[in-house]
Design a protein around this ligand. Structure first.
Ligand code: DC
Length: 217
């Protein structure tokens, strides 16, 4: 069982993914963290953003199991992540790691939820359910500011609107696996929804086998 959730930064896909994962016993991978982990190492090692070969070498050693560094959450890391995410070789390497995460799912999990930009289109085109979560750019920037005030007060004064507009344009405009809804994805605009409403709406699109398992026994 694979649930693919895509969408731009700050639309609420992580919140929805975590909700679905917990409620339906699914393992969860925030695939943006893989791109952020490559970006963080690039920054720490002061590697030039044009040094493709070194960035590709870093992508190879990133591990899905060690994505807990709080610095991964910073907007500066996200911005570099979206810049290295245009490199097709980096995408290919990280995509393989995501697929292997899906293949290695084991009990007690019944399946996986992945969120990102190209899960329904490229990473898991065979997913059982594809959601595309979006919201207006102003709402997404406001949410990001509130989120940062809680988790990272030192960054809270930053204005995220410009950063998010730039990231959107890089993520949707790149040649390799751009951010785009899959043909068979359901789009949910969370601009006017509370978290509870957005999660409930997402849940209503899950396959029946997850929603009513007793009927399939
Ligand atoms: O989901 P996020 O904001 O943590 O992602 C950070 C950046 O990583 C995003 O701007 C683009 C890139 N990314 C990607 O290209 N493909 C994915 N599946 C996930 C993230």
């Amino acid at each position: 069982m694979i649930i693919a959730i895509d969408g731009p930064a700050g639309a609420g896909k992580g919140t929805i993914a975590r909700y679905l994962a917990q409620k339906f016993d699914l393992d969860y991978l925030d695939t943006g963290l893989l791109y952020r982990a490559v970006a963080l190492k690039v920054m720490e090692e002061k590697i030039d953003i044009d040094n493709k070969d070194s960035i590709i070498s870093i992508a190879k050693i990133i591990e899905v199991k060690s994505l807990n560094n709080p610095a991964l959450k910073e907007e500066g890391t996200a911005s570099v992540a979206s810049r290295i995410a245009v490199i097709p070789e980096v995408r290919q390497i990280l995509t393989e790691k995501m697929r292997s995460f899906c293949l290695n799912v084991a009990l007690p999990y019944k399946g996986v939820v992945l969120d990102g930009r190209d899960i329904g289109t490229v990473v898991c085109p065979e997913a059982n359910c594809k959601l595309f979560i979006t919201a207006s750019v102003e709402i997404r920037a406001t949410r990001r500011t509130i989120e940062m005030e809680k988790s990272n007060p030192s960054e809270a004064n930053q204005h995220y609107l410009g950063e998010i507009i730039q990231r959107d344009s890089r993520d949707t405009g790149r040649q390799s696996s751009p951010l785009i809804p899959a043909n068979n994805a359901v789009t949910i605009d969370t601009s006017e929804l509370t978290i509870a409403q957005a999660c409930a709406l997402a849940e209503s699109y899950l396959p029946e086998v997850l929603l009513y398992p007793e009927e399939f026994q």
